[in-house]
Design a protein around this ligand. Structure first.
Ligand code: F6P
Length: 321
């Protein structure tokens, strides 16, 4: 029997290195690796092929995923899950490795409950919002893309006496915005995890502008929905010309950093070892305090990811706290 790999949900850098390690390790362990193209949707439509070393040569440095990804609504319906199961059976696949976020893991848990197909989930999303893991594949690359964009925006902001409100991805999780704000020395950080004190921000920033500061950088998480409000606030309360820059899908691209390449290898090694030993039929690989471990899917999806308090505290000043 063989093992299939698929990507589900938003793609991210690090998926290709993980796919490469998956193929190499399966072959070393005398197990046939399969590619399932186009995520859950491709599993329903039978986009499946045997993978070999040749398929993964020259991909380690590439962003995105060579097997593509998707968000599938059809997978919520049992008849399509059954179709997917039949496609796996036709190809002698009885186990899956899934690169994605918790929504994808939930879908796979349903698939396991329906048909007993074992799987291991590898957290792979730039949002870094999977419960019980400190790291999701792709985050380091996305942070570096954002860092580079902010560095460029700062050049023009400071040349014009302007504020820039930079919206970053992350859905309801402020991790990308928070770390970017801290490491870029932003003046404002607006994330769902911290309720900003706008009065304090107004006092501090007005004083700084009066004392000679000539530009501002504000980083806002998309999920707060406050990008436009912050722009208007800056113009009305601080009297500073202001522009919005939505970084959007640029953040999902780019060559994987060294860290994401290595983490791709390590996540896969740990996950495949578990799957091959049959020690946990439907778990998620997590990374905490420098170590990998397995968590049950139920535990992962039963809670919400929380950013560590010590990192949150570093942004208090930027939120007026
Ligand atoms: O989950 C990853 C992510 O990039 C989010 O940060 C973002 O909100 C969403 O996907 C965008 O989704 P899509 O690529 O479907 O527009």
């Amino acid at each position: 029997m063989g093992i299939g790999i698929l990507c589900s949900g938003g793609d991210c850098a690090g998926m290709n290195p993980a796919i490469r390690r998956f193929v190499d390790k399966c072959i070393n362990e005398n197990t046939q690796p399969y590619f399932i193209y186009d995520g859950l949707s491709g599993m329903i439509d039978g986009h499946i092929k045997k993978a070999s070393h040749t398929d993964v040569s020259g991909i380690i440095h590439k962003g995105g995923t060579i097997i593509r990804s998707s968000r599938s609504k059809r997978f919520f319906e049992k008849k399509f899950r059954e179709q997917a199961f039949n496609n796996l059976a036709k190809n002698n696949i009885d186990k899956l490795v899934v690169l994605g976020g918790d929504g994808s893991f939930r879908a796979l848990k349903q698939f396991y409950d329906d048909f007993g197909v074992k799987f291991v989930g590898i957290p792979a999303t730039i949002d870094n919002d999977v419960n019980l893991t400190e790291y999701c594949l792709g985050v380091d690359t996305a942070l570096n893309v954002i860092r580079s964009a902010i560095d460029n925006i700062r050049d023009t902001a400071s040349s014009f006496r302007r504020a820039f409100v930079i919206e970053v991805m992350g859905r309801e999780c402020g991790y990308l915005a928070l770390v970017s704000a801290i490491t870029s020395g932003a003046e404002l950080c607006i994330i769902p995890e911290i309720e900003p004190n706008m009065n304090n921000l107004e006092k501090r920033l007005s004083n700084e502008l009066n004392a000679g500061r000539n530009y501002l950088i504000a980083i806002v998480t998309e999920g707060t929905g406050k990008t436009e409000t912050i722009k208007e606030w800056i113009e009305n309360r601080l009297n500073l010309d202001s522009r919005i820059s939505i970084l959007s899908h640029i953040q999902r691209g780019g060559n994987p950093t060294v860290y994401d390449r290595l983490m791709g290898f390590e996540f896969i090694d740990f996950g495949l070892n578990t799957l091959l030993k049959n020690s946990m039929p439907n778990g998620v690989v997590t990374y905490k305090n420098g170590y990998f471990s397995m968590e049950t899917i139920d535990k992962v999806v039963s809670g919400k990811y929380r950013i560590k308090e010590n990192i949150l505290k570093l942004a208090y000043k930027m939120s007026g706290i």
